[in-house]
Design a protein around this ligand. Structure first.
Ligand SMILES: C[S@@+](CC[C@H](N)C(=O)[O-])C[C@H]1O[C@@H](n2cnc3c(N)ncnc32)[C@H](O)[C@@H]1O
Length: 275
C-alpha cells in the first residue's frame, strides 16, 4: 500500500484500506444482509437463479460470503458453491465464517476468473459491477464460466433512482449534484443497464425485475443508503462536508415529524446461456 489514501469506490480496492475501514465496510455488508428490503431483493434473485440440488454455483464478488452460504443449502448434498472475491481480506473474513456448508472460498478477479469455460451451472454477482472499471469484461467472464443452458443472475443498484421526501428540496438537490459529480460508485445507473449487458453478452430469455426498497426510518435507510449513515466519516464523501450538519439536522427533523421517506431501486436481471 502506498502513502496516498486510495481514491474511488472503497469496494473496488478493499485490500488497500486500513484495517479499521475494512472492518467498517464488512460490518456495513452485515447490516445490509439483515435488512428486510435487501432480503426481498435477494429472494427475488434466488428465485430467478433457480439453484437446484447437485449444481455448481459461483457467487462472484461474494464479500463476506453470506449469500454463498445460504445457497449452499439449496445445492446440497452433492452440489457446491464457490464464493470468489477480488479482495483477499474479504475472502479471509468469509472463510473464517465457514459453517461447514459446501462452500469453497477463492480469491479471484471477476474480469479474469481462474475457472475453465462452462464450469458452473449457475453464476450470480450482487452489487459488484457498479464498482468496476470494465463491467462488460466481467459480464463476459461470468458468461464464459457458465455452462450452456446455465443461468447468470446479476443484482445491482440504480443510484440515480434515489428519491427522498420530508427533506428540504434544496438539500436533496445539492446532495444529488454532489453524487452526480463523482462521489460514490463508478457506474451510478448500473442496475437499469443489467438487461442490456446480458443481451449484448449473448444471453437469452432475460428476466428483469426492478425492486424499489423503501425506508421510513433514517437508521433503516442508513443500512442501504450511506448518505443517511452519520457514523461514516466525512471523508467517505457521500455527504459534502459543508452540508453535513444541515443534512443530518434535516433528516432528524423529518424523522421527528414522522415524514422521513427514502427509496432506491435495485435491479435483478437473470438470463440463460444458449445451448
Ligand atoms: C458492495 S460489495 C458486495 C458484496 C456482496 N456481493 C454482497 O452483496 O454483500 C462489492 C464486492 O465486490 C468485490 N469486488 C470488487 N472488484 C472485484 C473484482 N474485480 N472481482 C471480484 N470481486 C470484486 C469487493 O471486494 C466487494 O467484496
Amino acid at each position: 500500500m502506498g502513502d496516498e489514501p486510495p481514491t474511488g469506490s472503497p469496494f473496488a480496492q478493499l485490500d488497500r484500506l486500513p484495517p479499521e475501514v475494512l472492518a467498517g465496510l464488512i460490518a456495513a455488508l452485515d447490516a445490509l444482509a439483515a435488512q428486510p428490503e435487501i432480503q426481498r431483493v435477494r429472494r427475488a434473485a434466488q428465485t430467478a437463479l433457480l439453484p437446484l440440488p447437485g449444481q455448481r454455483l459461483l457467487d462472484a464478488g461474494c464479500g463476506a460470503g453470506e449469500v454463498a452460504r445460504q445457497l449452499a443449502a439449496l445445492v446440497a448434498p452433492t452440489g457446491e458453491v464457490v464464493a470468489a472475491d477480488f479482495s483477499a481480506a474479504a475472502v479471509a473474513i468469509a472463510a473464517l465464517r465457514h459453517d461447514g456448508s459446501r462452500v469453497r472460498y477463492a480469491v479471484g478477479d471477476m474480469t479474469a476468473l481462474g475457472f475453465a469455460d462452462a464450469t458452473f451451472d449457475r453464476v450470480r454477482s450482487e452489487r459488484v459491477l457498479q464498482h468496476l472499471a470494465d463491467p462488460d469484461a466481467a459480464v463476459a467472464e461470468l458468461v464464459r464460466v457458465t455452462r450452456p443452458g446455465g443461468r447468470v443472475c446479476l443484482v445491482d443498484t440504480d443510484w440515480e433512482s434515489l428519491t427522498a421526501d420530508g427533506l428540504p428540496d434544496e438539500l436533496t438537490a445539492a446532495l444529488r449534484r454532489h453524487l452526480a459529480g463523482g462521489a460514490g460508485p463508478q457506474h451510478r445507473s448500473m442496475g437499469r443497464t443489467l438487461r442490456r449487458r446480458l443481451v449484448r453478452a449473448g444471453l437469452v430469455d432475460v428476466i428483469t425485475e426492478p425492486i424499489t426498497c423503501c425506508f421510513t426510518d433514517p437508521d433503516d435507510a442508513a443500512t442501504v443508503l450511506p448518505m443517511f449513515d452519520r457514523r461514516l466519516p466525512m471523508p467517505a464523501g457521500l455527504v459534502p462536508d459543508g452540508m453535513w450538519e444541515g443534512w443530518f439536522a434535516a433528516v432528524d427533523a423529518a424523522a421527528a415529524r414522522g415524514e422521513f421517506l427514502a427509496a432506491l431501486t435495485i435491479w435483478t436481471a437473470t438470463a440463460l446461456r444458449p445451448t
